[in-house]
Design a protein around this ligand. Structure first.
Ligand code: GLP
Length: 241
């Protein structure tokens, strides 16, 4: 893993956006893998202004796969990741929802939906996979304990993760769905390139573990250590140890 520390969250977001733009604008690259969460709001904000300032308004070749979606939430629910993607990238860049793919949170059988999504992702592959980091070491929704070969599947979310994500649900942990569909660690490791973005003092403890401890099931993000092309971009607050 390559590890880069920049002073501010804005500097991190700008750098991540620049790396993403390069890949997204190259039609020869495989589709990008995208993530959600608060960290990515700044990244997508910078990406939108970078593309707009460059006058790039033809994104017809855009093709991306998101990591995860809550079971029970569809694009019509503003708390879904589909709605998040539409708000932060789809609307400002005029990307049709059909070009930004996610697992279908409303599928009647989430296990079958995970298998369908997995096939779809594997048939095209992922070029650059953008990742955020959960405070408990999850990536996507691969909750600990999780092995390196975990496939795309329907998972039960931990209380810690539901608490971390409660903000989008009026601060109520119980309102956060109990299940989600997530790409597995195996899918993530299959991407050509990984970009893990970590900002804020609340991520400092988990980032330190990721950099210092061996790969282990208790820390799902630690499997990224085995990827040949993984960049961790952190701000000073997260790397303050
Ligand atoms: C969430 C998502 C991840 C996200 C991570 C960090 O639970 N499933 O894809 O990257 O946790 O979230 P945040 O950036 O809000 O801290």
């Amino acid at each position: 893993m390559k590890f880069t520390v920049l002073e501010t969250p804005l500097a991190v977001a700008e750098q991540a956006a620049a790396l993403l733009a390069e890949v997204l604008l190259d039609p020869s690259r495989a589709p990008s893998g995208l993530a959600t969460g608060r960290t990515m709001v700044a990244v997508y904000g910078c990406l939108v202004s970078l593309l707009q300032k460059a006058g790039i308004n033809n994104l017809s070749h855009w093709r991306s796969f998101n990591l995860d979606e809550y079971v029970g939430l569809g694009p019509g629910d503003k708390r879904s990741f589909a709605a998040y993607m539409d708000l932060h990238l789809g609307q400002p860049l005029a990307i049709p929802p059909t070009s930004m793919l996610l697992p279908n949170g409303l599928a009647p059988n989430p296990t079958l939906e995970a298998a369908r999504y997995s096939q779809q992702v594997q048939s095209q592959g992922i070029g650059l996979q953008l990742l955020g980091l959960g405070e408990n070491g999850h990536v996507g929704f691969n909750e600990p304990p999780c092995g390196a070969t975990a496939p795309c599947r329907c998972v039960l979310l931990s209380e810690a993760t539901r608490a971390q994500n409660a903000e989008a649900f009026g601060g109520q942990l119980l309102a956060v769905p109990e299940r989600a569909i997530t790409l597995g660690i195996a899918d993530i490791l299959a991407a050509d390139e990984l970009l893990l973005v970590v900002t804020g003092a609340n991520k400092s403890a988990v980032l330190r573990r990721l950099l210092e401890e061996p790969a282990q099931e208790a820390l799902p993000a630690s499997w990224l250590q085995s990827h040949p092309n993984c960049l961790v971009l952190a701000d000073r607050a997260a790397a303050n140890f």
